[in-house]
Write a protein that binds this ligand. Structure first.
Ligand code: NAP
Length: 487
């Protein structure tokens, strides 16, 4: 519990919650250790929910559902807006907490809190703009009215890599739509979710509207909740493998699913790109969150004419990064989430090197406590290396050389994933043409950062179903109801 002492530096000690949050009550408990990836030490323990606890959360969400759905949109909006303000006021506390349990550099954690809070502000604004439709039938004889209703109780499952933002990106639209929710955060980073629930209470979220559960047993708990006819929505962010099995489970009760899954983003640089801008974008696209992002550039395809200059400039920038404990203010690259994550990165890099890749910086694990992997650039990587097909989820930039536009598009699309892609070119027509040719839900054109609460975030192929954020995000938590009205 030594590192728990660091919590005492917080402005608001009430954020240190670790019991289940069901129906507005905090149920104390333990059983799930939270590890500080920067040191490997245990930070705290959080409660381990049983299937019975999960069903109590469904009961609580059901008990609150009618009242919340009837709460005027303006009032729902104001609660979300207060939650945004409270997150902004507690930004430093939340950033330190994220940095402690996730390991990311404080600068990344601050960025995440700002991004996460914006989902509450954005959906506070959208809550009062829920769309409807009126039109005459083509025959001209009748009327078509379309209303949108809250879909019902939503189960929200989130990953560890953005412990605040992945939760607000779901809670914001769900509450704005009039749904009550059960949030199951990742076991590695539960403290942020509980701290945000505390702020939700202060913002005036009524008991049962938001429930939070942590568990060592996510499969059976989720299956039990999905089998309950009161649960009508599953919104999941995580790996494609778990997403596939949840889709199969949800199919049994025909539960509506939104899926934000894995990515394998190509980063394509043409000869006519502005090299400095491309390097700047590459650093953001690769190194935000130390590479632990679904949108992280995973494969750098660089055209022959600019290839060598790109490799040496990227190597210079990557080798200058300071690796260290996330909460050390000088740190630019924090640890990975677990030793397992480090082992996976090491396996992928070792395989690529055995097949001819060369590390121009990094390329081998770092000894010592904490789960570190150094910023790494690999050149001469075979296009069929394992790291071209699996998510690296770490600070490794594999660079591949290409000659033609068609080749770049073909290589970029050679993956089961389709979340994000980046294109750098001085020719906008070409950049847009290539962007259209790449099969992803999002394309950065001469930009290395695309996440924005006002934009629709999501993927195609095996990167997911549906979109979060933007104007359409709220509709993931609503059902259209059509009235065939005679008047
Ligand atoms: P993960 O292993 O799939 O876990 C995600 C969540 O699912 C966690 O809360 C986890 O709980 C839970 N879970 C695991 N097995 C489950 C089961 N059988 N039933 C129900 N829930 C289950 O993913 P992760 O390692 O946390 O996150 C990394 C992945 O998320 C990457 O693939 C990344 O690309 C993806 N991601 C995608 C987006 C996007 O917007 N597309 C954003 C961020 C991350 P426990 O922690 O308790 O196991």
């Amino acid at each position: 519990m030594t590192l728990f002492a660091q919590f005492t530096g917080y402005a608001d000690p009430s954020l240190h919650a670790h019991g289940l949050y069901i129906g507005g009550q905090w149920q104390p408990g333990g059983g799930i250790p939270v590890i500080d990836p920067s040191s490997g030490a245990t930070l705290a323990e959080v409660a381990d929910a049983s299937v019975q606890d999960a069903m109590r959360a469904v009961d609580a969400a059901e008990a609150a559902a009618a009242g919340w759905r009837q709460t005027p949109p303006r009032q729902r909006s104001e609660i979300l807006r207060r939650w945004f303000t409270l997150m902004s006021e507690h930004a430093e506390d939340l950033a330190r907490l994220i940095s402690l349990e996730n390991g990311k550099a404080l600068s990344d954690a601050r960025g995440e809190v700002a991004y996460a809070a914006e989902f509450f502000r954005w959906y506070a604004e959208e809550a009062v703009r829920i769309p409807g439709e009126f039109r005459r039938t083509p025959s001209g004889a009748h009327n078509i009215l379309v209303d949108h209703e809250p879909i019902g109780i939503a189960l929200l499952i989130t990953p560890w890599n953005f412990p605040a933002a992945m939760a607000t990106r779901k809670i914001g639209p769900a509450l704005a739509a009039g749904c009550t929710v059960i949030l199951k955060p990742a076991s590695e980073t539960p403290l942020t979710a509980y701290a945000m629930a505390r702020l939700g209470e202060q913002a005036g979220v009524p008991p049962g509207v938001v429930n939070v559960l942590t568990t060592t047993n996510p499969g059976p708990l989720t299956n039990a909740m999905l089998a309950d006819p009161r649960v009508r929505k599953l919104s999941f962010t995580g790996s494609t493998g778990v997403g596939r099995s949840l889709l199969a489970e949800a199919a049994k009760s025909v539960v509506s699913c939104s899926m934000e899954l894995g990515g394998n983003a190509p980063f394509v640089v043409f000869d006519d790109a502005d090299l400095d801008a491309a390097i700047e974008g590459a650093m953001v696209a690769k190194m935000r969150n130390a590479g632990e992002a679904c949108t992280a550039a995973n494969r750098f395809y660089v055209q022959s004419g600019i290839h060598d200059a790109f490799v040496s400039a990227l190597t210079a920038r990557m080798s200058a990064l300071k690796v260290g404990a996330g909460y050390d203010p000088d740190t630019q690259v924090g640890p990975m989430i677990t030793t397992r994550a480090v082992e996976k990165i090491d396996r992928l890099v070792t395989e690529a090197k055995a097949r001819g890749a060369r590390a121009t910086t990094g390329g081998a694990t770092i000894a010592g406590s904490g789960f570190y992997y150094p910023p790494t650039v690999l050149e001469n990587v075979p296009v069929d290396a394992a790291l071209a097909h699996e998510e690296i989820f770490g600070p490794v930039a594999p660079i591949y050389r290409f000659e033609t536009e068609d080749e770049a598009i073909r290589l970029a699309n050679n993956t089961e994933y389709g979340l994000a892609a980046y294109v750098y070119s001085g020719d906008m027509k070409r950049a847009m043409r290539v962007g259209r040719g790449i099969e992803t839900g999002m394309v950065g054109i001469n930009r290395g950062l695309m996440s924005d609460p006002a934009a629709p975030f999501g993927g195609v192929k095996q990167s997911g179903l549906g979109r979060e954020g933007g104007v359409t995000g709220i509709l993931e938590f609503m059902e259209a109801k059509y009235f065939a009205a005679e008047f």
